[in-house]
Write a protein that binds this ligand. Structure first.
Ligand code: CA
Length: 725
C-alpha cells in the first residue's frame, strides 16, 4: 500500500495540489458593513456608480479613465488606453499610497475603479471601498463566510473581485450568495442564494467576479474537484430576481431536459457513470466575455467530476459541455454554439481561463475572434461568430495531444489518460496558464500570458469510490473525487514560470521573461507601451510591451498572484496591484520570505509615499524541523496514507518546504505532534478554516499521521542536514 500509493519518490522535491484551511482568526458574527474613518461624499459616490451601464462600459474602452470590471471591459483584454505612464518615464513610478487588507490568505482581486472610488475584495469575500486617490478606507463589507467553507473550497478562500453598475456593487461570496451593496456605505441592498436546491446536495463555492450585461448580473459556481453540477445564473440587478440559468452538464440522462442544449449534451455521457452521483462538474468559476454587437455571452466551462473519465463516464463520450467555450444569448441564456477544447476531459483541463475578444487580421481579412490560453497548453483562436476553430498551437510543452485535426478535435497521445500506467502530464492540473489573467495589446498585437509548469503524474485509481474516505486516495477524507492517484511515480519535469508574449496570428512566441517559479501574477498592458506583472517572489514589474525589456520593479510585501489595474483621476494616471500570496499552489509553498498581510499598492509618476517595510520576515511558524516525537515505526506507512487523504493538498509534504499561505507540519513543535489527536478532533483551528476531523479520523489515526510527519522530518534532516536552520 505504502509503496503503491505514495512512494518515497515523492520526496524528490515534488509540488502538489493545494486546497485550503487556516487564515487569520476572524470574528464570524453577522454579515455587515463597517464604516471607515472619513464620511464619504455619499451622493457623489452613488452617482458615479449609478451612471455605469452597458453604454458606459463600452464608452470607457475608448479612453480607459476608469477600470470598470474585473478584466477592464466586455472584451476582457486588460488593455488600458491611458498613456501618461510610458516606456520613457516608467522608471519614475513611485508609491502614491498603500492599504493593508489585514488578510493572510490569497488575494486574487483586480481593483475596480469608478469615479474616485476603488472597490476590491480580499480573502473570505470581504469587500473594501477605498478612496482611489488616498487609499483611505471608506467602508468594508464582511459577508461572514462560515469558516468551514475553507475546506469546502479546492483552492483557498479567494475572490477575484466585484462588478459595478446601476448604482450597485456586486460581490459573490465563497458560500454561494450574490450580494448587491450600496456603493457609498457597503450596506446590503439585496442578497440571493445562488446554490438554492443544490446547497445541501453538493460541496460548492464561488470565487469569481460577477459580470454585468444590460440589466443583468451574472455569476457561476465552482467545486468540480469535490463534485458539483456547473451552472451560470443571471439575476436582475434591480431586485436580484433570477432571469435565467444555463447548466453546463445534464442532471439526468433521460428527458425532460432543462433546455435543448442539455438534450444535446445528454447523449455524450454514459448513463451508468459516477457523474450521476458527483454532478459531473463543468463549473464556470471564472471567465466570461461579451460581444454587444452579436449579443453573445461567452463562458468557459470547467473540468469533469470526478476527474477521471474512466469512472465518470466509463463508456467514454465527449461529456458536453466540459472543457468548452460556450456562446449564449446574453439576454436569455439560450445556447448558441460551443467549441470543446478537450473532449472527454480527464486531466482537470478547465476551459475557465480568461477569454479575450479581439479583431485580428487573419489571411487578409479582419475576423471577430476569441483568444484562449487554458490549462491544457494550447493557444486557441476561435471565430466568435460561429465557434469554429481557426488555429490551436502549444504555448508550452504539451504531451497529451499532438495537435488539432481539421475536424477541430485534439489528436490524443496514447497513454495520456493513464488508464493502465502512471503518466506525467504536461501541462498538469495546475495549468500551463491558470486563472491569473492575461492581457492583449492591440498596438503590439501580442498576448501577455503568465505561463507556467507544475509537475504532476496521475494514475487511474482502480479502487476509487464516490464520496468515500480511502486512505492513500488524494484528499478523499475531505470530499475530493478525483478517480486518480497522484505522483505514484516521481515527475521528471522541473517547475517553471515565465511571462510569455505570444503572437496570436502567427501563433508563435515573440519574447519571454523567466521567473524563479510558477504561480506568478496576472498581467495588464497599456497604450504607454507597457506590460505590468507581479511575481511569486514578491516583486511588481513593468516591461516594454514590444520587446520584454524590464523597465521598472519594486519589492512588495508577499508573493503576487492577482492582476493589476490602472485608472486616471484628476489628470493623473495610477497603477494598482493587490498583493497577497495563496491560491491552490500557494497554500503549501512559496518563493519568498516576504509573507506580509494582503496589501493594495497604488503607484503614480513621482509618487513619494514611503514603501511599507518589506524586509524579509522571520517565518512565524518556526524554521526548525520537528524532532523528539516518540512514535511506533509501524504507524508511519498507514500515517502516510491518512496524510494523503486528509492533509496533503493543503499543507504539502512535511519538511519539504516551509509552507505557503498555510503552515507546513514538518516545522511544528513537538508538543503540537504530541497533542495532534486532541487538536484535530476538537476543531482547535476551525475558526481559521481548518476542518474539525471529529468523525473523520480517530485519535489512533491522528497519532499515525503524527508518526508520519515525524518520520519524514527525520528523513529530511538526514538527507539535508541544514534543512531546518
Ligand atoms: Ca478543477
Amino acid at each position: 500500500m505504502w509503496n503503491r500509493h505514495w512512494p518515497a519518490a515523492a520526496l524528490a522535491g515534488l509540488v502538489l495540489l493545494g486546497a485550503s484551511a487556516y487564515s487569520l482568526d476572524r470574528d464570524h458574527g453577522p454579515a455587515g458593513a463597517s464604516p471607515g474613518a472619513a464620511p464619504p461624499d455619499a451622493a457623489a459616490i452613488r452617482a458615479a456608480v449609478e451612471r455605469i451601464d452597458e453604454d458606459a462600459i463600452i464608452a470607457n474602452d475608448a479612453h480607459s479613465r476608469e477600470w470598470l470590471s474585473y478584466n477592464h471591459g466586455y472584451a476582457e483584454q486588460r488593455y488600458s488606453r491611458l498613456n501618461q505612464i510610458d516606456t520613457q518615464n516608467v522608471s519614475r513610478l513611485g508609491l502614491a499610497w498603500s492599504f493593508d487588507l489585514g488578510s493572510t490568505r490569497g488575494v486574487e482581486a483586480t481593483p475596480v475603479v469608478v469615479g474616485g472610488t476603488m472597490y476590491l475584495t480580499g480573502p473570505w469575500s470581504v469587500v473594501h471601498a477605498l478612496d482611489a486617490k488616498t487609499g483611505e478606507e471608506l467602508w468594508r463589507y464582511d459577508p461572514r463566510v462560515p469558516p468551514d467553507y475553507a475546506s469546502r473550497a479546492c483552492c483557498d478562500v479567494v475572490n477575484r473581485g466585484v462588478a459595478v453598475a446601476r448604482g450597485k456593487v456586486f460581490v459573490a461570496t465563497l458560500d454561494g450568495y450574490l450580494v448587491a451593496l450600496d456603493p457609498a456605505t457597503g450596506k446590503e441592498l439585496w442578497r440571493r442564494d445562488t446554490f438554492g436546491k443544490y446547497r445541501d446536495k453538493y460541496t460548492q463555492t464561488i470565487t469569481g467576479a460577477p459580470r454585468v450585461i444590460g440589466d443583468l448580473v451574472l455569476i457561476g459556481n465552482g467545486g468540480a474537484e469535490m463534485g458539483v453540477r456547473g451552472y451560470l445564473t443571471a439575476y436582475r440587478m434591480e431586485d436580484g430576481e433570477q432571469a435565467w440559468r444555463w447548466y453546463s452538464v445534464p442532471e439526468d440522462p433521460e428527458p425532460p431536459f432543462h433546455d435543448a442544449s442539455m438534450a444535446l449534451a445528454a447523449s455524450t455521457w454514459d448513463p451508468e457513470g459516477a457523474w450521476r452521483q458527483t454532478g459531473g462538474g463543468g463549473t464556470m468559476w471564472d471567465s466570461m466575455a461579451y460581444d454587444p454587437e452579436l449579443g453573445l455571452l461567452y463562458v468557459g466551462v470547467g473540468n469533469g467530476s470526478p476527474w477521471n473519465r474512466e469512472v465518470r463516464s466509463p463508456a467514454g463520450g465527449d461529456n458536453l459541455f466540459l472543457s468548452s467555450i460556450v456562446a449564449l444569448e446574453a439576454g436569455t441564456g439560450r445556447y448558441v454554439w460551443h467549441y470543446q477544447e478537450v473532449p472527454g476531459d480527464t486531466w482537470d483541463f478547465t476551459a475557465t481561463q480568461q477569454i479575450i475578444l479581439a479583431e485580428l487580421d487573419i489571411d487578409g481579412s479582419e475576423r471577430k475572434v476569441l483568444l484562449h490560453a487554458p490549462k491544457n497548453g494550447f493557444f486557441y483562436v476561435i471565430d466568435r461568430t460561429n465557434g469554429r476553430l481557426l488555429s490551436a498551437k502549444p504555448f508550452v510543452e504539451v504531451n497529451w495531444a499532438e495537435g488539432y485535426g481539421d475536424d477541430g478535435r485534439p489528436i490524443e497521445v496514447e497513454g495520456a489518460r493513464a488508464r493502465t500506467a502512471p503518466w506525467e502530464t504536461k501541462p498538469t492540473a495546475y495549468g500551463a496558464h491558470n486563472w491569473h489573467p492575461m492581457s492583449y495589446n492591440p498596438e503590439t498585437g501580442l498576448v501577455y500570458i503568465p505561463a507556467q509548469g507544475v509537475p504532476l503524474a496521475i494514475e487511474s485509481d482502480p479502487e476509487y469510490q464516490v464520496d468515500t474516505h480511502q486512505p492513500g486516495h488524494p484528499m478523499s477524507n475531505l470530499g475530493w473525487n478525483l478517480g486518480y492517484l497522484v505522483n505514484t511515480i516521481a515527475p521528471e519535469a522541473r517547475p517553471f514560470g515565465h511571462l510569455l508574449a505570444w503572437d496570436p496570428v502567427a501563433q508563435r512566441e515573440v519574447w519571454r521573461q523567466d521567473y524563479l517559479s510558477p504561480w506568478n501574477g496576472g498581467t495588464m498592458t497599456t497604450a504607454g507601451g507597457l506590460v505590468f506583472q507581479g511575481t511569486a517572489d514578491g516583486r511588481f514589474l513593468a516591461y516594454d510591451a514590444a520587446d520584454g525589456n524590464p523597465l521598472w520593479e519594486v519589492p512588495v510585501s508577499s508573493g503576487v498572484i492577482a492582476g493589476p489595474s490602472t485608472f486616471e483621476l484628476e489628470g493623473t494616471q495610477y497603477v494598482s496591484i493587490a498583493v497577497g500570496w495563496g491560491g491552490v499552489y500557494g497554500l503549501a509553498q512559496r518563493h519568498t520570505e516576504q509573507m506580509g498581510s494582503g496589501r493594495v499598492y497604488t503607484f503614480r509618476l513621482d509618487g513619494t509615499a514611503p514603501m511599507p517595510d518589506v524586509q524579509p520576515t522571520e517565518n512565524p511558524r518556526g524554521t526548525t524541523l520537528v524532532s523528539g516525537y516518540d512514535y511506533d515505526e509501524q504507524d508511519v506507512g498507514p500515517g502516510a496514507l491518512l496524510y494523503v487523504s486528509s492533509c496533503l493538498f493543503c499543507h504539502g509534504l512535511p519538511g519539504i518546504n516551509n509552507g505557503g499561505a498555510l503552515p507546513n507540519p514538518g516545522y511544528v513543535d513537538v508538543q503540537t505532534l504530541e497533542s495532534l489527536p486532541e487538536l484535530l478532533l476538537t476543531g482547535a483551528w476551525s475558526a481559521s478554516g481548518m476542518p474539525d476531523f471529529e468523525g473523520k479520523l480517530t485519535k489512533a489515526e491522528a497519532r499515525k499521521i503524527a508518526a508520519f510527519i515525524q518520520s519524514i522530518a527525520e528523513s529530511v534532516t538526514r538527507a539535508v542536514p541544514d534543512a531546518g536552520s
